[in-house]
Write a protein that binds this ligand. Structure first.
Ligand SMILES: CSCCC(=O)C(=O)COP(=O)(O)O
Ligand SMILES: [Zn+2]
Length: 208
């Protein structure tokens, strides 16, 4: 099996898992795996598909800008509309995999904390790669848009190497890691942290 086939198989399996969790409703969300670094090459999901029904063939090889490269099995396929942001995140962070889902909690949290979502003193922070009682963590929030270069610039401006996540307001969340498995563990824990934060904030406000 080639590296691209292995990446496609892993991406299809992870996508089905996220779809089953309700985090990739409709055709939302996209995943990528880094295939090479010099130059940067990623296998990213094709655009517009039901992410619960992908096969290992439903990936496109893109460059750092998210554009399909010529030398691949299906260069005519359209990569995810957000492939450019995957490329920028992988380039800046050194991640081996980037996942993007449309879970609800990150989007609601960004409405409540548009300047960045604060997290602190929670055991689940360990699953996000941070000590539970470490310094507070702020998950960056950027405005949504269709220009992936602009989103990439906004991501890079707020990038902190110890915070492997980005919320795009009124859109969804990106999380990355060394591989898809680590990215998933981080995403699952972050989603819990954000859901807790929103619910606790709502509770304390209504109790006043
Ligand atoms: C209802 S999904 C809108 C587009 C989007 O935000 C997304 O995550 C999926 O885009 P893709 O091009 O990767 O299918
Ligand atoms: Zn999206």
């Amino acid at each position: 099996m080639t590296a691209l086939e292995a990446a496609g198989r892993a991406i299809a399996a992870e996508s089905a898992r996220y779809a089953g969790m309700g985090w990739m409703r409709g055709t939302s969300g996209n995943l990528s795996v880094v295939l090479g670094r010099a130059p940067l090459r990623l296998a990213v999901t094709v655009s517009g598909r039901d992410k619960g029904e992908l096969s290992m063939d439903d990936v496109v090889v893109v460059d750092e800008r998210g554009e399909a490269v010529a030398d691949q099995p299906h260069p005519e396929r359209t990569p995810s509309a957000e492939a450019g942001l995957h490329g920028r995140i992988a380039a800046v962070s050194g991640a081996g995999a980037v996942v993007h889902v449309h879970a609800l909690a990150p989007v609601v949290a960004a409405e409540r904390w548009p300047g960045g979502v604060p997290l602190r003193d929670l055991e689940m922070l360990k699953g996000f790669g941070r000590a539970a009682h470490d310094d507070p963590v702020t998950v960056p929030v950027i405005a949504n848009g269709q220009d992936m270069r602009a989103l990439g610039d906004a991501f890079e401006a707020g990038y902190a190497a110890d915070t492997p996540a980005l919320i795009v307001a009124r859109h969804g969340v990106y999380v990355w890691g060394d591989d898809l498995r680590q990215a998933r563990h981080r995403l699952e824990c972050l989603e819990w942290l954000l859901r807790f934060s929103v619910q606790w904030d709502t509770h304390t406000r209504s109790a006043r």
